[in-house]
Design a protein around this ligand. Sequence first.
Ligand code: FDA
Length: 391
Amino acid sequence: MEHADLVILGAGAAGLFCAGSSLAQGRRVLVLDHARVPAEKIRISGGGRCNFTNLATGPDRFLSGNPRFAASALARYAPGAFVDLVDRAGITWHEKTQGQLFCDGKATQITDMLLDRMRGAELRLGTAIERVDRQAEGFVIKTPGGAIAAPRVVVATGGKSIPKIGATGLAYDLAAQFGLRLVETRPALVPLTFAEQDLALCRPLAGLSVEARIAHGGGAFHDALLFTHRGLSGPAILQISSFWRAGEVLTIDLAPGRDIAADLKVARGSRGKAQVATVLAQLLPDRLAQAVAAEAGLAQARLADQPNARLEALGARVNRWQVRPVGTEGYRTAEVTLGGVDTRDLDAKTLQARKVPGLAFIGECVDVTGWLGGYNFQWAWASADAAARAP
Ligand code: FDA
């Protein structure tokens, strides 16, 4: 039987990084992946430019059953360490907004850097993982090409999002097989879908992006919101999708920092002859103003004819739009999977299963899910590095 010191399952962000960090320990490292190409998610990340970290990374930027769990790994492998690697590889980058660092060029530069860093480890692509079993001295991994024995296994097969490019629930199946608890998984950082009656406003506005503020379930975000044919998307919505649960109502401010009812009342005093839609269009993007006025039956109405109650209702529609999404676009488009391997069953320093020495879980399969903005990759690097350093 073939032998390795460490077998890493999954050649994605976390798996490749763990392989590179493990070489420093002098280990014989083998990385297995069923895909034909490594790190497909890096390639499509950040709109093709990979938002590879966030300078504001801290445990407060993650959702988890235990928000403090990630603190140790994140503190030991900080964003600056990854930026150093990127700099040394000659990859140029820029800060887009709010600490989000993106490549100036293609995202695949990051994959190339990771592959270069793990030279010395073996990467075996197109390899299905049939079974992982425990034996007296560690583990046996069965693949169609034969069995591999190793005292250590790191599971880095990610979450369920985007099955089309190779995502599977293998990590969760293995966790369950070895007796670890799982936190219920669901798609996150994902567009929300609406019922027919709510689409009446969204559909004509499809493609329009506006600034919005949404607070829900402990998260609060002020960012762009995008109307779609099926509901809402854009950074503000993707962020809040991680905090939203089926059946809950969202309250959305489509004009943050402006009190639309108050502004309309003031305008009624000075420009009463103007149409409601015309005045609204000075306060909001034109298409949104027209749609909101039309929906209220005020497309042609004069501002002077509107009583306070009607202007207040119009203002509430904009500043406190209440909507109950019927669902999400699901794993087909979700950027990440929320939930996963329960952190109570993992050691925060080594990411190893407390009850199964030698078996670690890293990256997205762990119940540590970052906000949008480079946090998920930073968790992949940090958790991978922590597992690699395990004595
Ligand atoms: P990852 O999914 O990267 O890798 C898992 C690997 O395991 C894959 O290579 C897969 O083929 C393999 N695998 C799965 N099942 C297997 C099986 N049964 N047998 C063998 N191999 C198997 N994050 C961020 O911080 N900044 C960003 O810009 C973006 N952008 C972004 C865009 C899009 C469209 C998506 C979908 C996601 C992002 N993300 C992101 C999230 C980020 O991509 C994600 O959190 C990390 O890739 C997770 O790294 P992992 O290594 O844990 O899993």
